[in-house]
Design a protein around this ligand. Structure first.
Ligand code: NMX
Ligand code: MLT
Length: 437
């Protein structure tokens, strides 16, 4: 059985060749135009980044190396005894473009569990933080501090050839992925359950099995399975989203994967991006409180209008690229539908009812280009139902997941020798001159 590194080593030459051909034969081909609206509108719609692992179609949603979410659910190996694809199998697919065998996926689980412990100084750093510091801030700090042991940074200092960059980057990316559960679980324990002791990593468990166990939910197989699905689904969303793009930008300066991904986490921590995760549940609970027992489509509609009229966005709705309901939202809803205990959960029912009403309200409101739910509209409510009720923690789980895609691309960026990212900017005066010319 080939290891992840061996598999990657085999696929790299063909990709390098593909890039070379694109550069030599198509460098001057035009694939789009730059309008002033792109410059003023957060670069929305601008085709300007290379990203290997996934491509987002505005109508169909995400495909990972061409595989849709239902395809992935069919072919990616689950954990022993489970049904949902593992984080490892998604990571393997994202990185190599190939579906791992169950044995390869298990081998990767064993490798990650082996590397999963935190250095003592990082444990001490996290333990020294006040429990009032947002869990995302803590996660970013812990990830950045792990760069103390960066293989890439040490090798770069020693002086290595460009063709060797990717192997050290891969080493860092595997180490970081492996350590994220222990780091994220430690933050959860410290902030919410300081009386608990943290279980040691179980070398027989997959990454998310260990994460769930360290969070204190190891006995809850339903939640562990949900976390596997959640983490695999949130792994990658092409390159332009704010967190992935940040990691790519910082990584392009040859900052090591730890500090590159730490920067990405702080992009994820914004309410228009990953923090919508926590905002949705906070907002749905406030709605539940205000409406009381008599929840109807009309009462939800009224609450939606109240949110919009107060100038706030409806969290969990809209998207920078998608123009249809997010297939990740659909996959999580399907998970809910397959479990009777979730179907009878009031908060899950409320999320479902809101999704029935909100698109029409947002269309009538007339601002958002996409009135449909995104993944954040539903992701938190299952966590809440199963007892992981601390909203402020939710984006940390997203942060554990997004590493899969962002780190994958860092390996590819180094394997392909991608350059420093440095777009051209203009002042408004300079732009006006450009328009006149
Ligand atoms: N509720 C109210 N107004 C909205 C919403 C919404 N859910 N979505 C977009 N709009 C407004 C938006 O604020 C903008 O208004 P203005 O012209 O006054 O600035 C207008 O509609 C046009 O925005 P769009 O071009 O449709 O959206 P854009 O690409 O700029 O932003 C989001 C995308 C995701 C930031 C935006 O839809 C939003 O704020 N959604 C709510 C927060 C959210 O769910 N974020 C999570 C995204 C997914 N993720 O995991 O990262
Ligand atoms: C994501 O998963 O990153 C979000 O859906 C936001 C995006 O794609 O822009």
């Amino acid at each position: 059985t080939k290891s992840l590194k061996e598999t990657l080593q085999e696929v790299i030459p063909a990709k390098q060749e593909q890039l070379k051909k694109l550069k030599t034969e198509h460098s001057q081909a035009v694939v789009g135009e730059v309008k002033v609206e792109n410059i003023l509108g957060g670069m929305r719609g601008l085709k300007a980044m290379l990203w290997e692992a996934s491509v987002l179609d505005p109508n169909e949603g995400i495909r990972f190396h061409g595989l849709s979410i239902p395809d992935c659910q069919k072919v990616l190996p689950p954990a022993p005894g489970g049904k949902e694809m593992t984080a490892e199998s998604m990571f393997w697919l994202l990185l190599t473009g190939q579906v791992p065998s169950p044995e390869q996926s298990r081998q990767l689980s064993a490798e990650l569990a082996e590397k999963g412990e935190l250095p003592e100084f990082v444990e001490k750093l996290i333990d020294s933080l006040p429990n009032t510091l947002h869990p995302m801030t803590q996660l970013g700090m812990g990830v950045a501090a792990l760069n103390h042991d960066s293989a890439f940074q040490a090798a770069y200092e020693r002086g290595i050839k460009k063709s060797e960059y990717w192997t050290y980057t891969l080493e860092d990316c595997l180490n970081l992925t492996a350590k994220l559960p222990a780091l994220a679980a430690r933050i959860y324990r410290n902030v919410y359950h300081p009386e608990r002791s943290l279980p040691a990593l179980d070398k027989n468990l997959d990454l998310v099995g260990n994460y769930s166990n360290m969070l204190g939910f190891g006995a809850n197989e339903h939640l562990t399975e949900y976390l596997r699905l959640y983490i695999a689904l949130h792994g990658d969303h092409e390159g332009g989203n704010a967190s992935a793009h940040t990691s790519h930008l910082v990584g392009s300066t040859l900052s090591d994967p730890y500090i590159s991904y730490s920067a990405a986490l702080y992009a994820l921590a914004g309410p228009l991006h990953g923090l919508a995760n926590q905002e949705v549940l906070r907002w749905q609970m406030a709605m539940q409180k205000e409406i009381g027992d008599n929840i109807t489509h009309d009462s939800i509609k009224e609450y939606l209008w109240k949110t919009l009229k107060s100038g706030q966005v409806v969290p969990g709705y809209g998207h920078g690229v998608l123009r249809n309901p997010d297939p990740r939202f659909i996959a999580l809803q399907e998970f809910c539908k397959s479990r009777p205990e979730l179907q009878s959960s009031p908060i899950i029912q409320l999320v479902q009812q809101t999704a029935e009403v909100a698109p029409d309200v947002l269309k009538e409101h007339g601002k958002t280009k996409n009135p449909y739910p995104n993944v954040d509209a539903t992701s938190g409510c299952v966590l809440h139902h199963y007892g992981l009720t601390e909203f402020k923690y939710y984006t940390v789980i997203f942060g554990v997941s997004r590493a899969l895609g962002a780190l994958t691309q860092l390996v590819w960026a180094r394997a392909l020798g991608l350059p420093l990212e440095r777009p051209k900017s203009y002042s408004m005066d300079a732009l006006e001159k450009l328009i006149k010319n």
